[in-house]
Structure formats: C-alpha cells, structure tokens
Design a protein around this ligand. Structure first.
Ligand SMILES: CC(=O)N[C@H]1[C@@H](OP(=O)(O)OP(=O)(O)OC[C@H]2O[C@@H](n3ccc(=O)[nH]c3=O)[C@H](O)[C@@H]2O)O[C@H](CO)[C@@H](O)[C@@H]1O
Ligand SMILES: C=C(OP(=O)(O)O)C(=O)O
Length: 429
C-alpha cells in the first residue's frame, strides 16, 4: 500500500489548478444510463472513484472512450469521457462493485427508469456513519416503484413505468435528490421534490439533464419540479470545479502561510467556507482566474463552525478546518451535524500534537504552538487530507498510511502541492 511522506514547514506559494468535482462527476456519469445516445463529459477528474464507477457502468453495458487534457506545469488534471449506454445489458449492480463506492447505489434510479427494474446491492455503512438509503428508496416508492430488500440487495420494479408524484424529504439528502431527479425525468407526469438538496452538484446534474432534454425547474432551490419526458438524448457537459478541493487547498495555504492562486475555483461554490477563513484572519480574494488565498505572518483566529447542508459550511471540509484550527490562537468548537461519526481524524491529529476534546457532536480544538511530524493513518477521504494539512505545518516528517483514501478524491495531490513548494513524496510499495 502506498504512503505519502511530508516534510513540514514550507510555505505554499504559486498556483494550483482546481480539478472537476468528484461529487458532480459521479452522478453525471450515472446519468449516461438514462439514454442510448452519447453523453460526453469534460473536466472529469482522474480519480479512483471515477475508475470504480466506470467499471460499474461497463458492467451495465456502457461503452466509454477517454481523451486526456494537460493543465498547468506539473499537475496533469482532467479528462473528457464519452459514455454510451446503447443498451443496458445487466440491470443488476453486484455487491463486489457497489461495495467499493457508495455513490454507485444511485445507478438504481436510471436503470429502473429506463428498464422498469433494477437490482442493486445495498452499499452498507462506512467510516463516517451508517449512511442508510431509506430516503432514496422512499423517493422511488413515491414514484410508483415496488421495493423489496432481499439478500442484501434492493430490488426495484415498475413494470408499467414510473409516475410523477410529490416527494418530501424529511432531511436534506444529496444522494436522495440525485436519485429522485434521475428517476423523475423519465416518469409520466410531474414530480415535485420538496426539501431538495441545494448543493451545486445537484444543480450541475440538473443542468446536464436539461441539456439531455429533461424538463426541470428550481434546481439549486429546495423545491424542484420535474416534468417527465418519454426519452432523453446525448449531450456535452463540463463538470463544475471541485469546491471541496478548493476549500482544502485554501486551508492548506492558511495553515502554512504563503500566497496561492486556486486556478478555476469559483467562490460562489463555497462562500460559507471562505467567510470562515476570512474570520480566521486569512486574506481571500476573487480574481478573473480563480481565488487567491494569502496569509503572511498574521496569527490564525479560532472560529466556531457548524457543518450544514449547502449553502452552509460543508461537512466535507470539517476535518480540514479542524486541522487548521489546531494552530489557531484560542479554542474553537466544531459541530458535525450531518454525519454521526465523522471525527475519526481526531485521534490521528492528536498524534501530531493537536489538542482536541470530543463532546457528542462537537469537537473543541485548543490551538497549540506547534505540531510535530508522526506516522498517521488515513481513515476516510477528507480525514486523510486533514492529515496532509497537519503534516504540511508540522516540524519534521509525517507519513500518511492508506493513501488509497486520498486517491479517491484528490487528483494529482503531490504534484499540486509540490509545485507550490511543499515537500511531499509518494512512497510506493
Ligand atoms: C458522492 C457524494 O456526493 N457524496 C456526498 C454526499 O453523500 P450522500 O449523498 O451519501 O449524503 P446525504 O446528503 O444523502 O446524507 C446526509 C444525511 O442524510 C442521511 N441519510 C441519507 C440518505 C438516506 O436515505 N437516509 C439518511 O438518513 C445520511 O446518513 C446523512 O446523515 O453528500 C454528503 C453531504 O453533503 C457529502 O458528505 C458526500 O461527500
Ligand atoms: C464522503 C465523501 O464521499 P462518499 O459519499 O463517496 O463517501 C466525500 O466526498 O467526502
């Protein structure tokens, strides 16, 4: 298993190209199942989650071709992929494939909508929480599907097709909203999704579905109205920039000090996180090229944060912000309101010398004068990158094990950090 070794203490200066968003690319790729024509997606990040989903789609009969694209000096990012699901050859997504990636469960919606049946392995829990799919299944039931759970699989049937309905989510769910959208676009009649997720990745999926011929209004608000159509066609769509990658590198620069342009980043996708950084004493400005982040000598202020659905502070930046707060002046309180178990990074940050006390859904982070390098273990994607941020500021060497978590969601991480002056090395084994 590969490791990453970071020799801390370097300031970050230069520019980092921001990749396409993993969490937008995955549902967009799944949307290719809705049509027998070609869906071409540009700015798709080179990530292991994208490769895993490609394998799953290929099992359903999706043909794929790829063209690469080079951006920046040393960081190769982005690819254009063409996906064609001329025929869905298998309506079953087996455990071996779905268990590698939770988002793959979402294939249930387009396969059901197009074929009238789908059998998809339940994804199971993961390091950040139990993550049930009850609300996704509720949405499909509302649209007229019969659902059974058998031998670890969700079996969904709608032999006469799906019918538009009102779907009211009792809590905001991104995956639930993606699923409801992909099922409703081919349903007969009108579907109203209430308390829909407003995340930019939902808006991006809706924008692509509209290019494919879907009728959708209100994406980006909490009420989405979908008027079903008989069929969808092909389209070209560019994946939006990754707001979580943007926020991660912004926090890395805030941590080490320096001056970095995050090329192609869009401030509107993460305004709440940028506002928090400004409160922490970091200079953040928008330019025509992206977002510029600077900290030159100012101390970091402790800032309290609660995670929330968009437009609130994203749970996917909670671990990174906690790493930053380990070096702030004073104590900050970070509440995790989305996932019940998203504090696995706390014990690993403690190995670098962080002082963090957990109390239910809150972490109290007391800033310390210095962190010191140590061997640490990645437990999930964002937890791993919080250890990278810690390691960049720690004295001496930090070795991060289980790097495959990072490879799920950060394209060319070592190259992007190295070109800004960090000392980061992958040790392959
Ligand atoms: C690939 C992808 O885009 N993943 C993102 C997506 O995950 P994902 O779509 O899985 O997250 P959800 O928004 O669905 O989860 C939000 C909350 O709802 C709960 N819930 C969800 C579905 C359900 O049927 N029942 C239920 O109780 C979850 O356990 C969680 O507590 O949104 C999360 C919240 O912004 C992000 O952290 C993930 O990075
Ligand atoms: C939790 C995440 O992803 P997933 O939903 O695929 O586990 C994430 O991107 O931080």
């Amino acid at each position: 298993m590969d490791k990453i070794r970071i020799t801390g203490g370097q300031r970050l200066n230069g520019s980092i190209p921001i990749s396409g968003a993993k969490n937008a690319a995955l549902p967009l790729m799944i949307a290719s199942l809705l049509t027998d024509e070609t869906l071409t997606l540009a700015n798709v990040p080179r990530l292991s989650d994208v490769s895993s989903l490609s394998r799953i789609l290929s099992n359903h009969g999706v043909d794929r071709s790829i063209a690469g694209k080079r951006i920046g000096q040393s960081a190769e990012t982005g690819q254009t992929i063409a996906l064609t699901a001329r025929q869905i050859v298998d309506t079953c997504a087996p455990y071996e494939l779905v268990s590698t990636m939770r988002a793959s469960f979402w294939v249930i919606a387009p396969i059901l909508a197009r074929m009238g049946e789908a059998k998809v392995s339940l994804p199971g829990g993961c390091a950040i929480g139990t993550r049930p799919v009850d609300l996704l299944l509720m949405a499909l039931e509302k649209l007229g599907a019969e659902i059974e759970i058998e031998n670890g699989y969700a079996l969904a049937r709608a032999p006469k097709g799906l019918k538009g309905a009102e779907i009211v989510f009792p809590k905001v769910t991104v995956g639930g909203t993606h699923t409801a959208l992909m099922a409703a676009v081919l349903a007969q009649g009108t579907t109203v999704i209430e308390n829909a997720a407003r995340e930019p990745e939902v808006t991006d999926l809706a924008a692509c579905l509209i290019k494919m011929g879907a009728k959708i209004e209100g994406a980006g608000t909490s009420r989405i109205v979908v008027t079903g159509v008989a069929r969808l066609g092909g389209a070209h769509h560019a994946v939006l920039p990754d707001r979580i990658e943007t926020g991660t590198y912004a926090m890395a620069v805030a941590m080490t000090g320096g001056d970095v342009l995050l090329e192609g980043a869009r401030p509107d996708l993460l305004q709440s996180a940028l506002d928090v950084l400004v409160k922490a004493g970091v200079d953040v400005s928008s330019t025509n090229e992206g977002i510029r982040v600077r900290r030159n000598g100012q101390a970091l202020n402790a800032v309290d944060v609660d995670t929330d659905p968009f437009p609130g502070f994203p749970t996917d930046l909670q671990a990174q912000f906690m790493a930053l707060m380990t070096r702030a002046k004073g104590t900050s309180r970070i509440r995790e309101t989305i996932f019940e178990n998203r504090f696995m990074h706390v014990q690993e940050l403690a190995r670098l010398g962080a002082k963090i006390r957990l109390d239910g859904d809150a972490a109290h982070v007391e800033g310390v004068a210095k962190l010191t390098g140590a061997p640490v273990m990645a437990t999930d994607l964002r937890a791993s990158v919080s250890l990278v941020i810690g390691g960049l500021a720690a004295e001496g060497d930090t070795t991060i094990n289980r790097v495959y978590h990072l490879d799920r969601g950060f394209e060319a991480l070592e190259a992007k950090l190295t070109r800004c002056g960090a000392v980061v090395e992958r040790i392959s084994s």
